[in-house]
Design a binder for this molecule. Sequence first.
Ligand SMILES: Nc1ncnc2c1ncn2[C@@H]1O[C@H](COP(=O)(O)OP(=O)(O)O)[C@@H](O)[C@H]1O
Ligand SMILES: N[C@@H](CCOP(=O)(O)O)C(=O)O
Length: 311
Amino acid sequence: MNSVKAFAPATVANVACGFDIFGFAIEEPGDVVELSRRDEPGIVITSIIGDEGRLPRNAEKNAVTVVMLHLLKHLRIKDLGCEVILHKNMPLGSGMGSSAASAVAGVVAMNELLGNPLTREELLPFAMEGERIASGSAHADNVGPSLLGGFVVIRSYTPLDIFTIPVPEDLYCTLVHPDIEINTKDARFILRNEVSLKNTIAQMGNVAGLVAGLMKADYDLIGRSMVDVIIEPVRSILIPEFKEVKQAAISNGALGCSISGAGPSMFALSRGIDNARKAGEAMQKRFAEAGIEAGLHVSAINKNGAMVLAE
Ligand SMILES: Nc1ncnc2c1ncn2[C@@H]1O[C@H](COP(=O)(O)OP(=O)(O)O)[C@@H](O)[C@H]1O
Ligand SMILES: N[C@@H](CCOP(=O)(O)O)C(=O)O
């Protein structure tokens, strides 16, 4: 095989109470990577479309190629020559798993070009290296769902133990991206290292409730469990109109609403696409009243994750 194209979707990480342990993918947007072999050895980024020239062109600094370099090293392949085109289809520092989408599309494309020596699950640690370069932390709650699809739970990082759980058929996500940027690295830096016993108990109850609610298709339980007493109170300060936008979502049919990843995007979960759209329009309107433009995506939970595209 001489050339390959792969797509990897945007993701909602944390899902309110599950900091670094919960995430799911949405249908769109997503990054697309094109790979083609060349005669000279080495991985070269020939073009990035859609980043306004902001992303590193150096293969060792961009999440899309860092993952390929790690994969090739693991497979002890030294002489491969490859040209990379990245279609950057989502904003940077968005809370939509932008760096993760590039990393996953990159590692899936390279694995395909090599004839799929690794399974999807085996690609995960390499995709996580893309997150390390982007945010200083190799968290898996964006790359996991972007790679595997579904609602992902990371039970443990050492050793890595990750699985997906079923979600109700009629569950829809609303993702609203206000036109501001928050660097995940900065949004991790401001978090406290200590958590009180009281908050730990509350958070554990919600984590258990959200898993049970999703698996039992108990929409009320899902809504009641979308509460984050640890991270949201700290990070929401970085998002203008956070409380008002969250209230707008809940008053307009959403089961619950919180920060998507490290923000500034906010997400809501709803029963049915009509509720998800209504909540999204209300959230967008609330941002607009404060003079902030916001993009809106309404989607089912993406069960497939990354895809190799026909040439
Ligand atoms: N291919 C890539 N796509 C997006 N960001 C990348 C990529 N490669 C490196 N980065 C770096 O990662 C940071 C953005 O990642 P992050 O803050 O995690 O955003 P997001 O929340 O959207 O994933 C920026 O500093 C950016 O330069
Ligand atoms: N668990 C991470 C998720 C970051 O998601 P992103 O989409 O903002 O990169 C965190 O909360 O830091």
